[in-house]
Design a protein around this ligand. Sequence first.
Ligand code: FES
Ligand SMILES: [Fe+2]
Length: 347
Amino acid sequence: MFLKNHWYIAGFREEITEKPLRRLILGEPVVFFRTKDGRAVAFEDRCIHRQVPLSMGSICEDGTLACLYHGIRYDTDGKVTFIPEQTRIPRGAKVRTYKVVEKGYWLWIFGGAPEDANEADIPAYRWFERPGWTAKRRRLHVNCNYKLIVDNLLNMAHLPYVHPRTIGSEGVVKDAVVKITQSDTGVRLARKMYDIEPPPTYKKAGGFEGNVNRWQTIDWMAPSSFEFHTGVVETGHEPPPPEYDVPKINARILDRHAMHSIAPESEKSSNYYVAFSYDPEEYTEELADFLIKQMIDTFEEDVVLLEAQQDNMDLCNNPDELDIVSDGAGLQAMKMLRAMEAAAAGA
Ligand code: FES
Ligand SMILES: [Fe+2]
């Protein structure tokens, strides 16, 4: 089941144009387009007449969206304004609409009834709103349930095995100092690893020659968004706190601020948005390009595993699983999601 009464990324803002765009969100087809006055709007992608996708239609001169099949037109509130061969518009003839908001680099959609939407609940990506900072961002498509991605991002024990070419090294799982804290809205997994060899991504990007102290602070915001504050610093220096204004450290350091957000598409497929934000005065364009490429290369390794995992789960249809210590944060997240699902089902 999906948690409808939450905000999910629908796409990049620049994807929304006057040309209707279809995307599956929470198992529902949605059509997005930009109105003549520049607003992004979203309707159920299903004509109320004979269910043809409205995304196959086009925007008329008067700003209405016309269905391709028999030409019924919808205004930007989703109300029918024109039906061929008749003058009477049935009362209440309207397509379902969604609340959407453009925030940061993304268009966010609220999966529930528009009147229940509260913009203040859109996951806050503090670093993306930082003046002067910019970001690199991508979308990946994964054929798995969104919860498998949440579980993947909350268990760092897979790094040495899946990502030895980029962010994985043995030091990640050796003597890490781990702290898990839960709040009303999510789980924080904070890990610190002292005096370890830097993994390949950091060696190449930061030019570290000796050992480093490494940190990973992962804030999961239910149901499917994350802020990641990760990096390495020369040994002898404490990893910086994840808070907004970190004092500059007088040492060689690579400090990374990223977001990950998953928009469930169906029970077995997801759109996965990744981005990292940076201060262009600290990162060269070349370094930023290198780091986003490493992020994508890394996650493509996860995609192979996640899709095989989903296939195997479908095939075996056996819920028995052994939990291990590194599952701690993921287990808390899954427990929270189950409670949210139960509350939604009972509402
Ligand atoms: S299906 Fe859309 S107008 Fe007939
Ligand atoms: Fe991974």
